[in-house]
Design a protein. Sequence first.
Length: 321
Amino acid sequence: MSALLELHGLSVDIGNRSLLEEVSFSLERSQILGLVGESGSGKSLTALTITGLLPLIGGRVTGGRILFDGMDMAQLSDSSRRKLRGGRIGFVMQNPMTALDPVQRIGEQVDVVSRLHLGLSHRDARARTLDLMAQLRIPEAKAVAEAYPHQLSGGMKQRIVIAIALAGDPDLIVADEPTTALDVTVQAQIIQILTGLVRERGLALLLITHDMGVVAQACDRVAVLYAGRLAEERAVGPLFETPAHPYTEALIGCIPRDEMGAGGLNGIQGTVPSAANFPPGCRFHPRCDRAVDICRTTRPAPRPLSDNGGVACHLAQGGSL
């Protein structure tokens, strides 16, 4: 089965800075791919590039290709990309508090997507909106449709943003940190809703997050970004059992566990470097306690792993460190 979404050596610049370099991964229908990494790794930039919104922030693709259902996104006209975005590609914005128009009723913001992309009448669009709200477990859907965003809780706004992404009947949903700023209970509900939609509808979901616990719970495969480069990409089971990159291992080590007790939470020393100060060689080497001379001078080439994954690390051998 061919992949629905394929990134081949994607590179992106903003101004004179290279922010993504040769990023490659693929996503099939009915599959959830977690795109993970700390803030500043390039996750949201990847989402904007996939959805064709990169020019809005002054960015440009400088290398590689993005294929959606076999179509080269770079070769499509602006109008063709707009038809895909909101239609076959749904986008769940990072912050539900600012993603909604504050002066427009909720129902109208959902209705417009199915009217534009499915050609529905006002009446049929509203019926679809109410049906989506019911699927997303929104109580009193008719009253919510008449409300304004400021009248809803954060968790309810997030459900509405997901309804907007679903209204065009997409094949792919790009969800950029859909559980940010929500409490733990609501986070679990949102992830359950998204994974349920993938299984029931056969959608593909690109789930962008910095929460490795969410990845372990929801994803089939994982792509780990660090400072604009792909560190590791594998099935979720092998990645958590035998991480092949020190950065992946460090991220997994940050997941809270019951046995840690008070004061036992792990962290990663240092911060992700800015694009103005990317180090030579492996970009993780200043924070890696295993780095050797070659790590400091030479960029590691991606290498395949025995479990149909890949890693870019000089020290990785056959799938685990």
